[in-house]
Write a protein of this length. Sequence first.
Length: 610
Amino acid sequence: MRPDPIGLLLRWLLWGVDALAAAMLAADLAAVVLSVVARDVFDAPLDWADDVARGLLVALSFFGAAGAMARGETLGVSFFVARMPASLRRLADALVSVLVLALTATITWHAFGIAGLTIGQTTGSGLPLEWTFYPMAAGSACMALFALGQVLRLAARDAAVALAITGALVAVHLLWGDWLPDVGVLMLGGFVLALAAGMPIGFVLALTALIFVWRDDSIPGVIFAQQMARGIDNFVLLAIPFFLLTGTLMEVSGIAARLIALLERLVGRLRGGLDVVMVLSMVLFSGISGSKMADVAAVGSVMIPAARRHGQNPGRAVALLAASAVMAETIPPCINLILLGFVANLSIGGLFMAGLLPAALMALALIAVAIVFGAPPAAAAIAAREATSTRRLWGGASLGLGLIVIIFGGFKSGIATATETSAFAVVYALIAGAGLLRELSGKAALGCFVHAASRAGLVLFIVAAAQSLAFVLTLQQVPQMLAERMLALSQGQGAWLFVVLSIAILVVMGSILEGAAALIIFGPLLVPVAAQLGVAPLHYGVVLVVAMGIGLFAPPLGLGLYGACLIGNVPLEVTVKPMLGYLGLLLVCLLVIALVPAITMWLPTILGYT
């Protein structure tokens, strides 16, 4: 076999990128924990800790995204590409690879540019400001190298055609730019075509924003890079990698499996008991991991094989798994609640409390359907579940329940912020897995840090790209136009029509975009309008998150449903019919939640968040 020097170099680069991302995550964790200890124990706050943590987060986002990109973990819509003829699909893949290379090279160039411009400037604690942008540039440079590797692996003919098409587009822009349509039309066209071609969502958003930068002289490219950094340069967003790390540690140490086993013992004798266990497992595990696909993977990897063993239709089981993930969208500490609170300036603790009763309503609806239409468990299945003593199951599962107590106690007591609570959740998970259960080795823990850094980078890169696009849309006054149009439609009809229109928008956009991107773009646009119409922001925020979740798992485009099918190893087609039934039930629940604000506002009100 001929040696592959390019592949070898890229593997070494990936090893270095993963090591750096994991080290940055560990350093961020240390900075936050030390800051809390210094403040609360020694009454000596560390002024530099916040700036260091935020700077590391920006670097972590780009290095983590680079690692995810190298492993092919990026999220994109494959529905249209999968139905193209083979030759056209190869051309679409080649075009996407070339455009991703161009985008990552552009981001790198502008990131180095803004770093050079900030030399001599300092943060609030006196640290050099360029320390934020140079690591960002280095991370995006690694992304560009991985993108180059993908282009070099293309068939020569496909690569030549893709490069020729890209060159022609550049020539048209440079030579006949005055004849091109309005920049808004170009942005919409670029967005739709890139999405349909299967380009990863983060790059679709970045491309759409860059089309404006390339076609309009009102902002320089360095502002684009600055906006990307600004989108993730926030202490609140550190909760995302920390909660992802917590979930990964709990899964690897076996605590998630222990929780599920305990639920099987407690409710497994019910009619449709396996389905009830799946719903309740998602309720519990969502409160631990904070990541929707981590929830689906953790629960699905245990429950889907169990459904097969007991003769259930795996397509229906995957549909219920996906529906349960929608239900769990508002169970703390869901990442999307944190993102919405950040971009829309809402209380994250208030959103967490507002989401509990809506999640309970949807969970009860799914459980009721499972019991009514489910089959009674077989005697052999009951005997297998009862092979382990209940006391032993409670002993292992109690560690997971303790983590839930830490998360809710941190918010309710006000002792710690969302980020600080998530940091101590990581510490608890490390102690529980390595010290108490002794199932988390050093090598496994290191793998958890790498995995969490990569997944966090993937999410945060989408956040950064969405912020750059939101900035461009604001310059074009799209938020104002959207607000005026929706206000005009709602005049005379009351706030209910606005809420229903909002649900429709988020369901559609949640299906087309990755969930976080839809919330980041539309949350800041719609929440202020809702407030003008007298809709409580916390109530409206929960409605948006649930609507986005329905879209995320809605066939045929929902990225979440594709992920659930991959985890369950079933084709999409066999899940569509049962999934539509479950989504119809959840949509009815959402309309009840939307039109009865007391469901969301009761807990925030009695707990003092309003």
